[in-house]
Design a protein around this ligand. Structure first.
Ligand SMILES: Nc1nc2c(ncn2[C@@H]2O[C@H](COP(=O)(O)OP(=O)(O)OP(=O)(O)O)[C@@H](O)[C@H]2O)c(=O)[nH]1
Ligand SMILES: [Mg+2]
Length: 266
């Protein structure tokens, strides 16, 4: 038995104390770094869709960031980052890909779908109610403008869905996609029709692209949901405004609940 190899009692205590104080020093010195490390473990979510569709607004609401109606700017020029922290260390990191008008868009798409791939995607659509960046672009009837926007949405979705498919086949881990049908406050009476249009298996042009995506990515690797959403401008105060607010709040909660399920938080 070789007793000399053992560290005597008091010395062992001293070594323990040195390690402990070193560790405390490191933690107290860098709370910001520590929280960044912590947030990095939150599932990351890309928010995509055409310009003016409501991506920034949605990300702000999900992150509980107050954006007063007046300051929300259509035409985000760079990727926006938001973090939602909730109880027991749960949360999400959102990255909002700028809309089709931005020069930074391709780089942003590359980042979220290739270089630092996300766990989930919120693809935002608005049934032809995107806010145009320049009003000069919309002439003619409202109906023609809506159709042009649906076409633009479809073209944009063709690009995004392809990137989602190639990300899905590269990864071991399943990923999720929610088609967020926002601005529902502007077309409540057509909402069922809109949700059908954006659903897999519906036979609509958008639905067909979803079917293709599912076939490419494989059902087990990619889950697809379609959920309504709304974040109306400052409350109008008219009759039914409270009702509308309640409906929109309920939709936000439903989206959050689904995202938590998809991320294994619940
Ligand atoms: N009525 C209504 N308006 C909305 C809703 N969501 C967003 N908006 C408005 O639509 C406009 C565009 O919203 P943004 O969130 O800036 O759009 P975006 O997708 O970030 O656009 P880009 O930054 O250009 O890509 C803003 O004026 C919003 O206030 C909604 O649910 N209902
Ligand atoms: Mg924006």
């Amino acid at each position: 038995m070789n007793r000399s190899a053992k560290i005597p009692g008091p010395a062992r205590g001293a070594i323990g104390a040195t390690i402990a104080s070193g560790a405390i020093g490191a933690f107290s010195g860098a709370p910001a770094k520590l929280s960044a490390l912590f947030h990095r473990r939150y599932p990351s979510v890309a928010v995509t869709g055409i310009t003016g569709v409501g991506k920034t607004r949605l990300a702000d609401r999900l992150a509980r960031r107050v954006s007063d109606a007046g300051t929300v700017d259509v035409g985000s020029a760079v990727m926006e980052r938001r973090t939602r922290s909730s109880a027991r260390g749960r949360g999400f990191r959102f990255r909002v890909v700028p809309g089709d008008n931005a020069a930074t868009r391709l780089g942003a798409l590359d980042e979220v779908f290739h270089d630092d791939p996300v766990d989930g995607v919120l693809h935002v659509v608005a049934w032809g109610h995107a806010t145009p960046r320049r009003t000069a672009g919309v002439s003619g009837t409202a109906e023609a403008a809506r159709e042009a926007q649906l076409a633009a949405e479809l073209e944009d979705w063709a690009v995004t869905s392809h990137l989602v498919a190639s990300m899905a086949v590269r990864r071991e881990k399943p990923i999720w996609l929610v088609i967020v049908v926002t601005k529902a406050d502007l077309f409540e009476d057509e909402l069922d029709e809109a949700l059908r249009y954006y659903s897999p298996g519906s036979g609509s042009p958008f639905g067909q692209k979803l079917d293709e995506l599912r076939a490419l990515a494989g059902g087990a690797r990619l889950s697809i949901d379609v959920l309504p959403m709304c974040s109306p401008e400052a409350p109008t105060g008219g009759t039914g405004a409270d009702e509308e607010q309640g409906r929109c709040d309920a939709r936000l909660s439903a989206l959050e609940t689904r995202m938590e399920q998809l991320s294994g938080h619940v």
